[in-house]
Design a protein around this ligand. Sequence first.
Ligand code: SAM
Length: 267
Amino acid sequence: MKRLEQVGLEHVRAVYAGPECDLWELIMGSQIHVGGLESSRDLANRAGIQPGSRGVDLCCCKGTGMLFLCRFCDVASMTGVDATEKMVEEGRARVQRQGFADRIQFVHAEATRTGLPAGEFDFVWGEDAWCYVDDKAALIAEAVRLVRPGGTIAFTDWVEGGSPLSDDEARRFMTFMKFPSFATVNDYARLLEQNGCRVDCGVDTGRFTACVNLYISMLERQLTYDALAILGFDQAMMEAVLGEMTFARDLAHEGKLAQARFVAVKR
Ligand SMILES: C[S@@+](CC[C@H](N)C(=O)[O-])C[C@H]1O[C@@H](n2cnc3c(N)ncnc32)[C@H](O)[C@@H]1O
C-alpha cells in the first residue's frame, strides 16, 4: 500500500468544503464517482442489495448513494457517515428536499470510528471514497464490525492497478488527489479476509480511462467557463487541473490506476 505522509484528513476536508468538490460535481454530476448510475447499479446487483434492508454508506458525501439505494433498490433505511460537516449539512438538505428524510440519516464522524452499533446493519456501502481514508485497516475493521454475520460489504474505489506506480508517480497523483494512502485490489482483499470476510468479488471495472477522458473533454469543450468560474477564473490553475487529470488518465491507460468493485460477506 502506498502512503503519503504530507496529506491527512484536514486536506481532504478542505477539498470537500471548498471549490474542488464543486469542480468534481460539475464534471461527474451529483454522484461523485466514476461511472455514475451504471456503476451504482452494477455494485448493487453484484452485492444483491435487498428491498427492506438496512445499510450504512461510509464516506457518503451529500447522500446521493443513499438516495440511489432508496429509490432503485427500495432499502428500508440508510445511515450515512461523513467527516466533512458541509457534506453532512448539504446532504441532510438534499435528502429532505427529495422526500427521503424519514429513511436516511447522517452522522458527522470519521469512517474508522462511526460510533454506530455493531452488527445491526445488513450491508455497508461505499463509492469511490475510501481512497481518502488513511487507515484502511481500521476502515475495513469498522465496516465489518457494523454488519451482522452474513451481511455484505460492497464498495467501489480508486486503486493502484496491476502495474505498480513508481514512487514519483504515486507522489504526484496522490498529492493532486489528496489520497493519504492508496491500496491495490489485493490490499483490500487481504484486509477483508483478515477481518473474517469471504471476498466474492475484487475486480477492475474497466471504466476509469474512458470516464476520465470524458471529464477532460467536457472541461475542454463544454464546461470550460463554468469550471473557470469555480476556480476564480484562474487560467493557470485550470491548466494545472487538466494536466493532472491527463496524467491520471495516462497512468490508467498503462494499467497503473483503476476503479475496482468489491463485494465481501461477513462469515
Ligand atoms: C468522492 S466523495 C464520495 C462520493 C459519494 N460516494 C458519491 O458517490 O457521490 C468522498 C467523501 O468522503 C468523505 N471522507 C473523506 N475521508 C473521510 C473519512 N476519513 N471519514 C469519513 N468521510 C470521509 C469526504 O468528506 C467526501 O464527502
